[in-house]
Write a protein that binds this ligand. Structure first.
Ligand SMILES: CC(=O)N[C@H]1[C@@H](OP(=O)(O)OP(=O)(O)OC[C@H]2O[C@@H](n3ccc(=O)[nH]c3=O)[C@H](O)[C@@H]2O)O[C@H](CO)[C@@H](O)[C@@H]1O[C@H](C)C(=O)N[C@@H](C)C(=O)N[C@H](CCC(=O)O)C(=O)O
Ligand SMILES: Nc1ncnc2c1ncn2[C@@H]1O[C@H](COP(=O)(O)OP(=O)(O)OP(=O)(O)O)[C@@H](O)[C@H]1O
Ligand SMILES: N[C@H](CCC[C@H](N)C(=O)O)C(=O)O
Ligand SMILES: [Mg+2]
Length: 488
């Protein structure tokens, strides 16, 4: 086990009190996870202040306390480290505690409002197909080579992420592909990670509950690129309005991808239908199994990253051709009798919903109705609620407004806020059924042969969180059961 001095190597503490040779057995930012010999890092959160739990951590056996303000009285046999920012210190300390795993592998981070899971998962599957051992850190699950664990966050906290990276290094992974959420950048969860590459997908409306303004949301995303080292690459979407802004102040090698304008990696969609995409990528024609223009962007980003990482163009395209996307993203289910097409998709932002519905519009026949079942999560950005309802109405024949994860909120209040975005004409095509299971059944009962039902917002999720309790719920099971129930 390392001693305190060894895990402070990259840190400039403001004050140190106590023995620097104290052995550190584990790290914790949560006092409830402290055991004998733990270094407890007190961080100020959005709900409580970790500094209020220092005494509790010591009572549970903490031998080191990292904090921004020293407690008024210090305990004997405990070492205290005062730092300017304990969120940032947590990442630096964790990186050192776990032996700087990110410096021994190639870690590529993906940020952006939409497409992170899809892009990171495609990269993971591509590099596995190319013969490498890899790690994946995503919203859906984390992969340590062959081991798969369900995720709790898109990007884990500063300590958990370094622990995961260490396990990946121990499993001989050469590459790690990870999602980098804006919350993670803001809370310094990625501090101490050495990135070989950073990718930007797009930025649209989300998380304004947390970041308050769109400018602040952009600033936070840009910080990921500002902090990159010179030996990394920064790959951006040149077609996104903010794509080039992201690279403005980066020291990394700048590169871009585009379907519309000159860029390092240029693509063109030649065909786009329900069986997949045919694209020209960097002068080479290729077929992909993924559906929709937004996936053309994801594929092009993945291609660009693979070339940046030194892979062969033709081999990359050949392997990429056979890959499917991430679970719960544009997953299709056909009813056996009436051939109703059910689409389960994780679109939970206005832009994602618009993209998915635009894709469906492009691909459907004139006679096919589109029925959209959609809700908005509780305890999350409220301003997206009316916009998502409006987007659903503008691009569907019928809409059933329902619950997503209401969390601590009243589902009917969320539905009122969604409905507030609709005018009278739009309201005419809307039903409001807060019970998501009933909403899905109703969509199926209303559908005629050949129609399309979009279940938006929950994708891969296997639960629905209501009043702090996660009940089993899976859109993919519900659509299949409803098809059976109505013999459709
Ligand atoms: C808003 C937000 O991001 N919150 C995260 C944040 O919690 P917080 O700041 O509210 O923490 P807090 O409850 O105030 O506690 C402050 C500190 O005191 C500690 N504490 C608390 C109680 C106690 O008894 N003892 C103790 O030591 C806590 O462990 C914490 O370190 O820090 C926690 C530890 O890292 C996270 O688990 C928590 O994620 C919550 C659960 C969450 O829902 N986060 C979502 C919004 C999130 O992060 N999402 C993004 C993806 C979004 C997207 O792209 O769509 C993600 O990366 O997952
Ligand atoms: N490049 C893209 N541009 C716009 N929309 C996209 C893109 N890729 C995927 N989407 C849409 O956004 C939804 C979420 O995709 P994905 O899970 O890959 O994004 P994410 O950034 O990981 O989301 P989260 O922030 O929840 O982790 C998809 O189900 C699809 O509807
Ligand atoms: N990572 C996102 C997921 C949202 C998914 C949606 N189903 C919801 O619950 O709002 C978040 O935590 O905001
Ligand atoms: Mg994700």
């Amino acid at each position: 086990m390392p001693v305190l001095q060894e895990i402070l190597v990259n840190l400039k503490p403001q004050k140190i009190a106590g023995n620097q040779q104290t052995e550190v057995n584990s790290l914790a930012i949560d006092s409830r996870k402290v055991a004998a010999g733990t270094a407890f890092i007190a961080v100020r959160g959005s709900v409580v202040d970790g500094h209020d739990y220092i005494e509790k951590a010591i009572a549970s056996g903490a031998s080191v306390i990292v904090c921004e303000t020293m407690p008024s009285s210090l305990s004997e046999n405990v070492a205290y480290i005062q730092v300017k920012d304990s969120h940032a210190a947590a990442g630096q300390i964790a990186a050192a505690f776990y032996g700087f795993p990110s410096e021994k592998m190639k870690v590529v981070g993906v940020t952006g409002t939409n497409g992170k899971t899809t892009t990171a998962t495609l990269l993971f599957n591509l590099f596995k197909a190319l013969g490498y051992k890899c790690g994946l850190i995503s919203t859906v699950d984390n992969h340590i080579d062959e081991i798969v664990e369900t995720s709790t966050h898109t990007t884990p906290d500063a300590i958990s992420v370094q622990a995961l990276l260490r396990r990946m290094y121990d499993a001989n992974c050469a590459y790690v592909f990870m999602e980098v959420s804006s919350h993670a950048i803001h809370q310094h969860r990625i501090e101490g990670i050495h990135f070989t590459g950073a990718m930007f997908t797009n930025i649209t409306h989300d998380h304004l509950d947390y970041h308050k303004t769109f400018d602040e949301y952009i600033r936070v995303k840009k910080k990921f690129f500002d902090d990159l080292p010179e030996d990394a690459f920064a790959l951006t979407n040149a077609d996104d309005k903010r794509g080039m802004v992201m690279l403005q102040n980066t020291a990394a090698e700048k590169c871009s991808y585009s379907l519309r304008i000159p860029a390092t990696y240029k693509g063109k969609v030649l065909e786009n239908n329900l069986t997949g995409l045919i694209m020209n990528v960097d002068g080479q024609e290729a077929h992909f199994r993924m559906i929709g223009t937004f996936n053309a962007y994801n594929l092009l980003a993945v291609y660009g990253a693979a070339i940046q990482l030194g892979e062969d163009k033709m081999e990359v395209l050949a392997k990429l051709s056979n890959l499917h996307g991430a679970p719960g993203r544009f997953e299709t289910y056909m009813s056996p009798v009436d051939k109703i097409l059910g689409i389960v998709d994780y679109a939970h932002t206005p832009d994602a919903l618009l993209n998915v519905l635009a894709t469906i519009k492009q691909l459907r026949g004139d006679a096919q109705q589109v029925i959209t079942v959609v809700g908005c999560g509780g305890d999350r950005d409220k301003t997206k609620r009316p916009v998502m309802a409006e987007v659903a109405c503008e691009h569907s024949d019928r809409v059933i407004l329902t619950s997503d994860n209401p969390r601590s909120e009243d589902p009917e209040v969320i539905l009122n806020e969604m409905e507030a975005g609709l005018n009278l004409t739009q309201k005419r095509k809307v039903l409001r059924i807060s019970d998501r299971r009933e909403a899905i059944k109703t969509a199926v009962s209303l559908a005629n042969a050949g129609d399309i039902i979009l279940l938006a917002g929950k994708g891969h999720e296997t639960y629905q969180e209501i009043k702090g309790i996660k009940n089993h719920f899976n859109d993919r099971e519900e659509i299949t059961k409803a098809f059976e129930l109505y013999n459709k």
